[in-house]
Design a protein around this ligand. Structure first.
Ligand SMILES: [Zn+2]
Length: 464
């Protein structure tokens, strides 16, 4: 699921009702889901068809979950929710937009792409304080052919309705970024939220967990309950996958790092670490670690680095976050995940650390055989200066600077494209000298060569 435990108002405390941003609490309270259908140019017959598809989509999430439980022969175990699931959802269609809980816009695909993004088949959107929208594509044979039959109102509708209940995407391009830091599966599952295809046991797991969260039920107590997917090793304690890392790492607004430790789905402890100021540039060259603790998949959870630092690991699907701690301070936070450049899957590593009082974010993006990029951003609030460097790498690993920006006080000098600092256009030589004095030519070359070296190391690792 996504931001299910967040309140409707951004700065409010924890929500009174879990999932209050979504439609599930009102459904569980026995209230209808009131939908306003907006389908410009549609005939009465079309409207009737759209209403039928939308009502079916809401119901499918409940009756489909009941079907999965029944075919797993686990009705007894879920006896508390079976009647509710079998009953389905009471969907009402309203004539006035203001009376609706959700608006369903059924539009030509071109308009859906305009609203949802160039490659989207549809989307669910909500803005603070406003009625949420479903943007769904009208059925059209061109759309079906282009998507090999995947994109149609029924399939896209079922997926987007899943979002309106509180589920997040499970397909590769989105799952790391939209999934909840606790309430998400340990491994990828197949289903409506991942491929738009068939309603699956993974979708059913999600609905059971959502219902339990809203009702405050800890199904199975401290031992939890086993996934409805027969081949899955996963089980859930307090609606969270028990195979998830016990550590959750996050970067706070003041650049301190938060380590939360969970046990049996409950927060056991939390600790904030400030970042140690380090003189060394780029702590990026992989160092030998001794793994102290692993998860069920064999991935490290806790290890010890060469200087005695403890390294904590936290995973959301393929995204791995690490933090190194020594003498009560954090040395660095790093993130490893995948990003998509069109259809190209790129491997990205990012480090965050404090260098001589400046907060540094630096990363490399590498593809197997098509080049990549690297960046370096330094922010020193106390001295009011900043530096941003971006490098592009070709297939052979040759680099060129695509962006170089230096800010010092109120003066900013920037150079775009190609030669970087050689072609830097600065307003006056005086300003240039001031900036150069601060950054130093030697430091520039060092940044470039270190980024290139790091890129090369990552590329060799990714190729393997
Ligand atoms: Zn989606």
């Amino acid at each position: 699921m996504a931001d299910f435990d967040l309140p409707v108002q951004p700065d409010a405390d924890a929500p009174k009702t879990m999932g209050e941003r979504y439609l599930l609490p009102q459904i569980l309270a026995g209230k209808p889901v009131r939908i306003f259908v907006d389908a410009p140019g549609a005939s009465d017959k079309d409207y009737a068809k759209y209403q039928e598809i939308l009502a079916k989509s809401y119901n499918k999430w409940f009756t489909g979950t009941a079907d999965v439980i029944r075919s797993a022969k686990r009705e007894q175990e879920f006896a508390d929710i079976m009647p509710l699931l079998q009953k389905g959802v009471n969907v009402e269609f309203v004539d006035h937009a203001s009376a609706a809980d959700i608006w369903a816009h059924i539009l030509p695909w071109s308009e859906v792409r305009w609203k949802c993004g160039p490659s989207a088949g549809g989307c669910y959107q909500r803005r603070e304080g406003e009625t949420p929208d479903l943007f769904l594509p009208k059925d059209h044979f061109v759309l079906k052919v282009l998507s090999s039959g995947q994109l149609g109102l029924s399939r896209v509708g079922l997926h987007e309705v899943g979002h309106s209940l509180g589920l997040s995407d499970q397909y590769d391009k989105a799952k790391d970024s939209t999934s909840h830091h606790r309430y998400s599966s340990a491994q990828s599952g197949k289903g409506v939220m991942s491929s738009l295809k068939k309603f699956s046991c993974d979708d059913a797991d999600g609905i059971v967990n959502l219902i339990d969260l809203v009702r405050g039920v800890a199904r199975g107590g401290n031992t939890g309950w086993k996934s409805l997917c027969p081949k899955s090793q996963d089980y859930y304690i307090r609606s969270q996958s028990a195979l998830r890392s016990p550590y959750v790492l996050s970067l706070q607004e003041d650049n301190s790092l938060l380590l939360e430790i969970y046990q049996n789905g409950e927060k056991h402890s939390a600790q904030t670490y400030t970042m140690a100021s380090q003189g060394a540039f780029l702590p990026l060259i992989p160092a030998k670690e001794t793994v102290l603790q692993r998860d069920k998949f064999g991935r490290p959870l806790l290890s010890q680095g060469p200087h005695g630092e403890k390294i904590y690991y936290y995973y959301v699907f393929e995204a791995a976050t690490r933090m190194a701690v020594l003498n009560g301070k954090a040395l660095w936070l790093s993130q490893h995940n995948f990003v998509w450049n069109g259809r190209k899957k790129m491997d990205r590593t990012t480090f965050f650390f404090n260098q001589n009082g400046a907060f540094v974010t630096t990363g490399v993006v590498v593809s197997k055989n098509k080049g990549g990029s690297a960046f370096y951003i330094e922010e020193n609030e106390a001295e009011n200066r900043g530096l941003l460097v971006k490098l592009a790498f070709d297939k052979k690993g040759n680099s060129h600077v695509t962006e170089w920006r230096e800010a010092y006080g109120i003066v900013e000098a920037s150079a775009k494209k190609k030669q970087g600092d050689k072609e830097m256009s600065v307003a006056s030589q005086a300003i240039r000298r001031q900036v150069e004095h601060h950054i130093g030519v030697g430091t520039r070359e060092k940044i470039k060569s270190q980024l290139a070296k790091w890129y090369q190391i990552r590329q060799e690792q990714v190729k393997k």
